[in-house]
Ligand binder design. Structure first.
Ligand code: FMN
Length: 247
């Protein structure tokens, strides 16, 4: 299993093939795309048993997150797919970076005018998916999202690099724009107004969402597609029940 960061670097190199080098010209000949139906990985035999689960799903998440991050096992293990639905039930998904987690849930930051944020304003039900393919695991969360408080948002915003702080101001996320140039001009104007070292105010249209889980499924790939799926379900009294799902 290759390291995804190495793979990303390889793709970038291929972008800069040398036109005069016959070998690199050959590498540009159309290569048939692999047939996805023929792609088959045998997943690990090591299972996930009820007896080894933590009492709280966020504690179990912490264990798996540590393992996913260990020695670069998974590239960006905090990347998760967030799925939302609008008031009429139309769904949409996108990747975001989880920036914090604790017993209250999972936090990500975004633009409050974006499609996902507009969906969540109408319908707080949300699904998160951590696709840890490299270690044959996934974690799937369903729950409800609420905005983080302004203090928490500001504290996180201050840790972002200066350029990313300006980027949060420059982008009207999810809106249609004329061109790339339009975005670059806005960014340059902001950069002139707030040069490196100058404090950038927290954009009012930007902040966090905390997803409080209602169910958390831990999926472990196993041989012959007989995977382990253990799902925590929140009980009304605040405790958690665990159920096993058929793969
Ligand atoms: C690896 C990765 C990480 C991302 N992280 C974030 C993030 O933390 N916050 C965010 O708003 N968008 C992030 N994006 C961009 C989103 O996928 C998406 O394009 C953007 O939030 C607009 O989504 P929307 O129009 O559905 O609201 C990330 C994309 C990728 C591929």
């Amino acid at each position: 299993m290759g390291n995804p960061s190495t793979r990303a670097a390889t793709v970038r190199q291929d972008d800069h093939v040398n036109d005069r080098d016959p070998a690199s010209q050959a590498s540009r000949l159309p290569v048939p795309a692999p047939d996805p139906a023929a792609m088959r990985e045998q997943y690990r035999a090591e299972g996930l048993d009820e007896s080894e689960l933590a009492g709280h799903p966020m504690k179990q998440f912490e264990r798996w997150f540590r393992q996913a991050a260990a020695e670069g096992a998974v590239f960006e293990p905090n990347a998760m797919v967030v799925s939302t639905a609008d008031a009429s039930g139309r769904t949409s998904s996108r990747t975001v970076l989880m920036k914090a987690y604790d017993e209250r849930g999972f936090v990500f930051y975004t633009n409050y005018g974006s499609r996902k944020a507009r969906d969540l304003a109408e319908n707080p039900y949300v699904s998160l998916l951590f696709p840890w393919h490299a270690i044959a695991r996934q974690v799937i969360v369903s729950g409800t999202a609420r905005r983080t408080g302004r203090d928490e948002t500001a504290a996180y915003f201050r840790t972002r690099p200066h350029g990313s702080q300006l980027g949060a101001w420059a982008s009207e996320q999810s809106s249609v724009i004329r061109s790339r140039a339009q975005l670059d001009v806005v960014y340059e104007e902001l950069h002139t107004r707030y040069p490196e070292g100058e404090q950038v105010p927290v954009p009012p249209h930007w902040g966090g969402f905390r997803v409080a889980p209602r169910t958390v499924e831990f999926w472990q790939g196993r041989e012959n597609r007989l995977h382990d799926r253990l799902r925590y379900v929140a009980e009304p009294d605040g405790s958690w029940r665990v159920e096993r799902l058929s793969p």
